[in-house]
Structures are given as structure tokens and as C-alpha cells.
Design a protein around this ligand. Structure first.
Ligand code: ADP
Length: 450
């Protein structure tokens, strides 16, 4: 059993992990850059270590600094949160060599799923339906033209190493393929050091449905239903809900079983998310994330499971504390991502918080590292909080979200709260009738955003 865990992250997700540790009687170690000396995760952890200057490449992404922090404090395991080193296979390999436990999947599984081409090939073999597209990488423009014509326009060119919505370019017609191909390649090279790309059919009105899976690393795996994350801006999620308004119990059981069997088939360990586009009743795999997702609390809300606790348990070699039969949908949950950004162009808006008040009451969870007087540093992601509500059904969850947003006070910086207030007044949001393009169109019409 672990008695001390180091959290290689910051912000709300670091608090999330510290909380699970505390409930399990495990000591927590926070790491931080010099810009985060006053951050909440540093205050809340049992111990903290400064690991470098503000830029994340010199601190939160510095493998030697993080390993030294483990050695100094005697932490036996590292929880990576999401982002930063959470899907970095060579980091996990180095930890294995240093006898430090990584709370997450093996380096091999991270490597397979981190490369979208290998991930697709693996999933196809495991019986998971995929978006029609090129077989593997597309090496040159001539091949790209040929493959795109075969698939049929519109197509999307994707960097195999892409993530966070980057390295993806749409080609509506044959006229666009050259620039889509070149841009996806150069974005892949610049952002991820890998210029390999592949091509997929571009779906025109799908929903983004993702399945939460969990494996014990010993051949047993379960699914925890779906999350609908279709409300996106620039391929980034802003509002997520579970269960998905378009998914019924039979569909959930069918796709859930396919996913659980797939990860059981590779002895996957820990939490994972298999992402699909869903159109006309069909699922199409797009990628797998081998970590805890930002939006995991909606799943926790409807199933009453603590996913971080389970991650720690299986990393310790224990069994999961629940099985598939225990997983039954209870009500409806919604999460909104509150970013320090100024509308209408979503410009990051760091600065000092002059007043902070978190909403509360029945069915409300606010995951945030804010406090009165806190200064949001300009170096990191602009996510400053996640508001999660849970109700007996979707209308109750929506009403609760409306009420909770009304209670929330974040003064001193601009936030995305006004966006959610406006969205809640929309009929399509009230009825759950939206797809992955809905929000971009709405923003264009209502905020004149491009
Ligand atoms: P990333 O790794 O950057 O998050 P994903 O492959 O997960 O990239 O795709 C992110 C989002 O991009 C999806 O949720 C969807 O909105 C859009 N997208 C990806 N592939 C397609 C496709 N084939 N057709 C239409 N939209 C797509």
C-alpha cells in the first residue's frame, strides 16, 4: 500500500487527487513552480516541493525535477492528473526504471494510444468501430489526394500525434486538400515533433460520445457509460453531460461492452476514455485517452464512484471496488468548464481574484483551486473551475445548474460564466438537441465570434 503519493500537476485536478489521498489515509506531496508558491494545491497538500521556474517545460514537465521531488520526500507513487506528463510514455518508462509507481496505464499502452494511427489499428483489431479513413499514415500529397477522393469529401486530415484540438484540418472539397495536408503536417511537427498525418471521413453532424472504461490490469475491465461532450469550441469541450441525451440503456450497454471487452483484451490498467463520434445510430472511434479526463466528475456523480480512489487502488495491485453489475445510472449530471477568458474571443484573462464564492447546496460540486486574493498566473491553462451539478433527471440538473451559476461569484477577472447563462436559455440546450458543430454556429450568430 502507498503511504505517500506525489501529484505531478497543479490547479483543481491536483486538489482532486489530494482529496482522494486524504480520504484513503495517504500523505500527499504537491510540486509547484515559483509562480505557484501561493497556489491552493501547495497549501492543501501535506508537503510541497518547488520544482522550477514558471514555464511548464522547466517545472511541471521537468522529469528530473519531479523524480528528485519523489526521492527527497519518499513518495512511492505519482499521480499525473490530466495534461502535462499524464500521457507521456517515456516519463512512465523512466518511473518504472526508478521503481516509482505511475498511477495510470503502462508505458506501452500510453504509446499505442498516443499515436492515433496505431490506436485506430489496435481498436479495429479489438472489434471497435472506427471512422472510415486511410489505412495508416499518408506519406505525400499525391497519396492524400487519392485517399481523400476514395473516402469522399469532406475529409479531415489529422496529425497522428495531435491532441487538444491541434493538428486537425478540414478539407471540404478537392481544392482544400493541399493546404489541409500541409497545415496538419506542419502543426503536427511544430506542436508534437511528428509530421505524420492520416485522413478520415469528416462527419457533418455527429455527437461526441465517449465511454469511460476502467481496467484492473489483470484482464478484468468495466465501462461506466458515456458522456456527451458535443458542445465544443475549436474542438475543445466546454459543457459535458452524463448520460448522453441521445443514448438509451440498450445502446449504452452495447457500446459499453465493446469498449470494456477491448480494454480487458489488452490487460489495460486504470481509467481510460474511448472517444467516438456518433451519427445516425452508429459509433465511430476517434481516439483513446489513457488518463483521467477533465469531465470525469459527471460520471462520478451518476454512478457514485470515486474514480481517483479506484485509480490508486488498482495501482496498488488491489481489485476495483465495484463490478459491472454495480454500475447503474442514477439521475443526470452536467459539468461546465469555467475559464478565465474574455468573451467574445475567449482571450485568456489572468489576474487577481478580488472575490470568490463557490455555489453549494444539494447536487452541486465545485472543483476549483481559486480563493479570495489568489492571482491566476499567465503561464498555464485558463481553466479555473468546474461546476458539476447532479439532479434526478436532466430538467432538474439544468435548473440546478442555472441556480448554481447564479450563486457563483468570481470577481477580478473575466470568465466564461456569461456563456453558460446564455446557453441555458437556448431551446436546443434545454432539449439536448445539439451536435459537435452547434456551439461554433451559435457563437458566430450570437457573439460574432470567428
Ligand atoms: P484531439 O486529440 O485533438 O482532442 P480528437 O481526434 O479527439 O482530437 O477530435 C477532437 C474533436 O474534433 C472531436 O470531438 C470532433 O469534434 C472533431 N473531429 C475529430 N474527428 C472528426 C471527424 N472525422 N469528423 C468530424 N469531426 C471530427
Amino acid at each position: 500500500m502507498f503511504d505517500k503519493i506525489l501529484i505531478a500537476n497543479r490547479g483543481e485536478i491536483a486538489l482532486r487527487v489530494i482529496r482522494a489521498c486524504r480520504e484513503m489515509g495517504i500523505q500527499s506531496v504537491a510540486v509547484h513552480s515559483t509562480a505557484d508558491s501561493d497556489a491552493m494545491h501547495v497549501r492543501m497538500a501535506d508537503e510541497s516541493v518547488c520544482i522550477g521556474p514558471p514555464p511548464s517545460t522547466d517545472s511541471y514537465l521537468s522529469v528530473p525535477a519531479i523524480i528528485s521531488a519523489c526521492e527527497i520526500t519518499g513518495a512511492q507513487a505519482i499521480h499525473p492528473g490530466y495534461g502535462f506528463l499524464s500521457e507521456n510514455a517515456s516519463f512512465v518508462q523512466i518511473l518504472e526504471d526508478h521503481d516509482i509507481k505511475f498511477i495510470g496505464p503502462t508505458a506501452e499502452h500510453i504509446r499505442i494510444m498516443g499515436d492515433k494511427i496505431t490506436a485506430k489499428e489496435t481498436m479495429l483489431k479489438l472489434g471497435v468501430p472506427c471512422v472510415p479513413g486511410s489505412e495508416g499514415g499518408v506519406p505525400d500529397l499525391e497519396t492524400a489526394k487519392k485517399v481523400a477522393a476514395e473516402i469522399g469529401y469532406p475529409v479531415i486530415v489529422k496529425a497522428t500525434a495531435g491532441g487538444g484540438g491541434r493538428g486537425m484540418k478540414l478539407a471540404k472539397t478537392a481544392k482544400d486538400i493541399e493546404s489541409a495536408f500541409q497545415t496538419a503536417r506542419s502543426e503536427g511537427k511544430a506542436a508534437f515533433g511528428n509530421d505524420e498525418v492520416y485522413i478520415e471521413k469528416y462527419l457533418t453532424r455527429p455527437r461526441h460520445i465517449e465511454i469511460q472504461v476502467f481496467g484492473d490490469g489483470k484482464g478484468k475491465a468495466v465501462h461506466l457509460g458515456e458522456r456527451d461532450c458535443s458542445l465544443q469550441r475549436r474542438h475543445q469541450k466546454v459543457f459535458e453531460e452524463a448520460p448522453g441525451p441521445a443514448i438509451d440503456a440498450e445502446t449504452r450497454a452495447r457500446i459499453g461492452k465493446i469498449c470494456a471487452d477491448a480494454v480487458a483484451g489488452i490487460n489495460y490498467i486504470g481509467a481510460g476514455t474511448i472517444e467516438f463520434l456518433y451519427e445516425d445510430g452508429e459509433f465511430y472511434f476517434i481516439e483513446m485517452n489513457t488518463r483521467l479526463q477533465v469531465e470525469h466528475p459527471v460520471t462520478e456523480a451518476i454512478f457514485g464512484v470515486d474514480l481517483v480512489r479506484e485509480q490508486i487502488r488498482v495501482a496498488e495491485g488491489l481489485d476495483m471496488s465495484f463490478s459491472q453489475e454495480d454500475i447503474e445510472v442514477n439521475g443526470h449530471a452536467i459539468e461546465v468548464r469555467i475559464n478565465a477568458e474574455k468573451l467574445p474571443d475567449f482571450r485568456p484573462c489572468p489576474g487577481r481574484i478580488t472575490q470568490y464564492h463557490a455555489p453549494g447546496g444539494l447536487g452541486v460540486r465545485m472543483d476549483s483551486a481559486l480563493y479570495d486574493g489568489y492571482s491566476i498566473p499567465p503561464y498555464y491553462d485558463s481553466l479555473i473551475g468546474k461546476l458539476i451539478v447532479h439532479g434526478r433527471d436532466r430538467p432538474e440538473a439544468l435548473a440546478r445548474l442555472n441556480r448554481a451559476l447564479g450563486e457563483l461569484i468570481v470577481d477580478g477577472v473575466d470568465t466564461t460564466v456569461p456563456l453558460f447563462n446564455a446557453l441555458l436559455a437556448e431551446k436546443d440546450i434545454q432539449t439536448g438537441d445539439y451536435n459537435i458543430h452547434w456551439l461554433e454556429k451559435w457563437l458566430e450568430t450570437n457573439l460574432g465570434a470567428s
